[in-house]
Design a protein around this ligand. Sequence first.
Ligand SMILES: NC(=O)c1ccc[n+]([C@@H]2O[C@H](COP(=O)([O-])OP(=O)(O)OC[C@H]3O[C@@H](n4cnc5c(N)ncnc54)[C@H](O)[C@@H]3O)[C@@H](O)[C@H]2O)c1
Length: 377
Amino acid sequence: MTDLKIGVIGAGGRGRIARHAHKPGEGSRVTAICDIAPEELDSLKSDYGNDVFATDDYRELLEQELDALFVCSPDFLHEEHALAAMDRVKAIYLEKPMTITIDGCDRVMRKAKENGVRLFVGHNMRYMSIIRKMKKLIDNDEIGEVKSVWCRHFINYGGDAYFRDWHAERKYTTGLLLQKGAHDIDVIHYLCGSYSTRVSAFGALSVYDKLPTLKDGEKPDATFNESHWPPEKCSGFNPRMDVEDQSSMIMQMEKGIIGAYLQCHFTPDSCRNYTVIGTKGRIENIGDGPESPIMLWNRRRGFDCIGDKVFRGGSINNSGHGGADEEIVKDFISYARDGHETVATAYAARMAVATGYCATESLRNGGQPQDIPACNI
Ligand SMILES: NC(=O)c1ccc[n+]([C@@H]2O[C@H](COP(=O)([O-])OP(=O)(O)OC[C@H]3O[C@@H](n4cnc5c(N)ncnc54)[C@H](O)[C@@H]3O)[C@@H](O)[C@H]2O)c1
């Protein structure tokens, strides 16, 4: 088996996930990287070797002979980079969210279809052992027919990661209900086997816009720092921030399921907590690590936070996001070769964006319900 030649646009930051695809002699090798930060290109040579083609211009990268490509640039560049790449490469791993608008997703989906490109979106949460275990419990009928789903997402690194750099601006993300929420919305859709059809939301920029901003010429530092607490003692925020730091949405979903998703960026702790309620019981996880507990309640009872049974996803490997990063890259590489059916799909990624986008429209229009438009390709 000859190695697939792999390119990476946005090779620093999240683009480092492509290191799982650099396995010379074992099926795939990163041969070309692009990043606008020269220090990232330099440091990545220790991973990919000095002979890796390195450029700060994605057009130059796309002139290389490539079998597959990772697009891991910031969200607002996904559409431009993916559309350009589809003229040159037949398999693309596009980071989530697919793009920052519904129309953008549909343009990407349409071109992939027309050009016969294998398009894969990096919804790595579908590869987390805890999410797989929850999905299995539901599919094994442990809670009966799903009728209700709720997710609470507490984000203690919100002030560091989302309110200092491009993430804080609508023009680069639409909003965090889409940017960050795409993961949770996708998991909700995945667990329930159902997509949202109509949403309503409320949200606000409650905390970070009251705090000291970056000074002229100061570069944003979005690295997580535990000493950045409480928010009121922090500074260095993006002066142009206009995205919400808390939001709550209600979803009407296919099969008569009702969902709710709550996201907050100024909590002291971090936790993802999904509750899925069916006609015979409910499951709920606390945390999304491989050893985080999933409780199942399926007997009539009073209050008991432990549940009738406790499950865990269990560890898969030591890579990022509880082992999901290595798993998703493995799946992408084999998908690039054979086009098999994958756990994460471009259509599901589009539906996560569409739901987050419509919810954002709703929260900026007094909570007016919005219908999710069908995929237009
Ligand atoms: N699936 C996940 O768990 C996960 C986790 C983190 C980030 N992400 C996604 O990955 C993407 C990147 O996120 P990030 O936090 O690493 O962002 P980032 O701002 O750190 O940018 C990523 C890299 O892209 C480079 N870059 C920026 N503009 C570029 C351009 N025009 N051409 C080439 N390279 C360019 C940056 O220098 C950086 O090295 C985002 O879409 C984000 O939503 C996904």
